[in-house]
Design a protein around this ligand. Structure first.
Ligand code: JFZ
Length: 441
């Protein structure tokens, strides 16, 4: 072998191993770890999908909201007219955040840019934003962030890596193809630089943010997204910001929490998750209140507050947060049906939040009958579905000292066997949504 080749080999090995080190050597800052703890204890967040797509309200198709540009094959030239009509004069961030607090929600994650590429904030690197292109002319993200700061709610930024508008999002992935009218060429690295600049704006102009919620990598999973650049940039700008990504895989190095889309951790009823595995990171599942993320006015299949409370309780049984979505209307109001549901959940949490907030997953894995959470040495069994008066659950790690119904603190009868515990739950003690038993071991 000649010396040139050897030198090249050494150089290559060096570059590769540096890259590997960069990937694996991510050490979350102390602040980041503290924020992860806060995040894990928060349990309930509000997801907001809001953009100019809300004007089209699904176009009469259920399940379509923020995807309408792609689904109806609307060329960029036509879609670019939408901002002209975006004027949410009834948007009142104080009202939003007060409602959020009443609902027992601890943080908000809002779309700053969805797949349509339109920025809902004042971007300097692009004209395609709410300040420059709409009659409203105000920075939605700034208005909401200031109000969140005022009322003590953390704000996370959803950011779509996938972009149906930017010419340099090329090569293309699975969506936003021919119909957009973009030339079939582009400079991928320029796009990533653009994205990183937008992220820099978001992380420098709005004070401290909760974190970045990425989405869109699934559009082309095998492309080089230069994640190291993006993630280290974010952690450099705000070392407390938590990064999560909706790529439906096990978390990559540099990410601070793992998310599950419309499924409880480890479940895959939607067919999105490419891994059934649950990592050691804080967990979050997101879910819609009907079947759509962005505003859709024919999708009236709203889930009941009881159903959503059960989802929250099951998520908590996995140690996961529930990020529950609403798609505000083009006038800036939150759908009244959603407000109603959220406030009902809030009422329930007022009474039972003690067993949810700040808890970790309990000793019994969630299953059909319900789930368990654990806090301050107490285990809470959440019985969500039990027709009989006797409920058998698996083995608990220790012997039970005392079991009481959370509601009236009356003693619960139980029998410990070598296979598990049988609890006696008289029908008269059952609650319509969640019968909670408090256990000391
Ligand atoms: C993604 C977005 O596309 C959607 O608009 C919304 O923001 C949601 C929270 O996240 O949803 C996806 C992403 C990927 C797939 C399906 C839904 N997929 O690969 O099948």
């Amino acid at each position: 072998m000649n010396t040139k080749k050897i030198a090249l080999g050494i150089a290559l090995t060096f570059i590769l191993s540096c890259n590997l080190i960069a990937q694996s050597s991510y050490q979350p800052s102390e602040k980041n770890i503290k924020n992860r703890e806060w995040f894990s204890s928060a349990k309930f967040g509000l997801f907001i999908h809001w953009g100019v797509y809300s004007e089209l309200a699904g176009g009469g198709d259920k399940g379509v909201g923020e995807w309408i540009m792609n689904n109806k094959k609307i060329p960029i030239k036509q879609y670019e007219k939408l901002p002209d009509f975006f004027n949410p004069t009834a948007f009142n961030p104080a009202e939003w955040v007060s409602m959020v607090k009443k609902a027992g929600i601890k943080y908000i994650t809002i779309t700053t840019k969805h797949h349509d590429g339109f920025a809902m904030y004042d971007s300097k690197i692009s004209d395609y934003d709410v300040v420059k292109k709409t009659p409203y002319g105000k920075d939605i993200i700034k208005l909401l962030k200031d109000e969140c700061d005022k009322q003590g709610i953390k704000l996370f930024f959803y950011y779509s890596q996938l972009d149906w508008h930017h010419p340099d999002y090329y090569p293309r992935g699975k969506s936003g193809l021919g119909f957009t009218g973009r030339p079939e060429e582009g400079d991928w690295n320029k796009y990533i630089d653009y994205m990183n600049t937008q992220l820099t704006e978001l992380l420098t102009n709005y004070g401290e943010v909760g974190g970045i919620w990425f989405d869109g990598m699934w559009d082309q999973p095998d492309t080089n997204w230069r994640l190291d650049d993006t993630y280290s940039l974010i952690h450099k700008l705000q070392n407390g910001a938590l990064i999560g990504s909706n790529h439906h895989k096990m978390p990559f190095a540099g990410e601070d929490f793992q998310m599950f889309e419309r499924d409880l951790p480890g479940e895959n009823t939607m067919g999105f998750s490419h891994t059934g595995a649950i990592s050691q990171l804080p967990l979050e599942m997101c879910e819609t209140m009907n079947g759509s993320w962005g505003y859709n006015f024919v999708d009236t299949e709203y889930k009941s507050s009881a159903t959503l409370i059960k989802t929250l309780v099951k998520a908590a049984g996995y140690g996961a947060n529930l990020l529950l979505n609403t798609g505000p209307m083009p006038n800036g109001k939150i759908q009244p049906e959603n407000v109603d549901t959220l406030l009902k959940i809030g009422k329930w949490l007022e009474k039972y939040g003690e067993t949810i907030y700040g808890s970790s997953k309990g000793p019994i894995r969630p299953s059909n009958w319900g789930s368990s959470t654990e806090k301050n040495g107490k285990v809470y069994l959440h019985i969500l579905d039990c027709k009989e008066e006797n409920l058998f659950i698996g083995k608990l790690p220790k012997k039970i000292k005392l079991a009481k119904f959370f509601d009236d603190q009356s003693v619960v009868k139980f029998k410990e066997t070598e296979f598990g515990v049988i609890f006696n739950i008289p029908n008269a003690k059952k609650k319509p949504i969640d019968t909670i038993i408090e256990i000391k071991m």
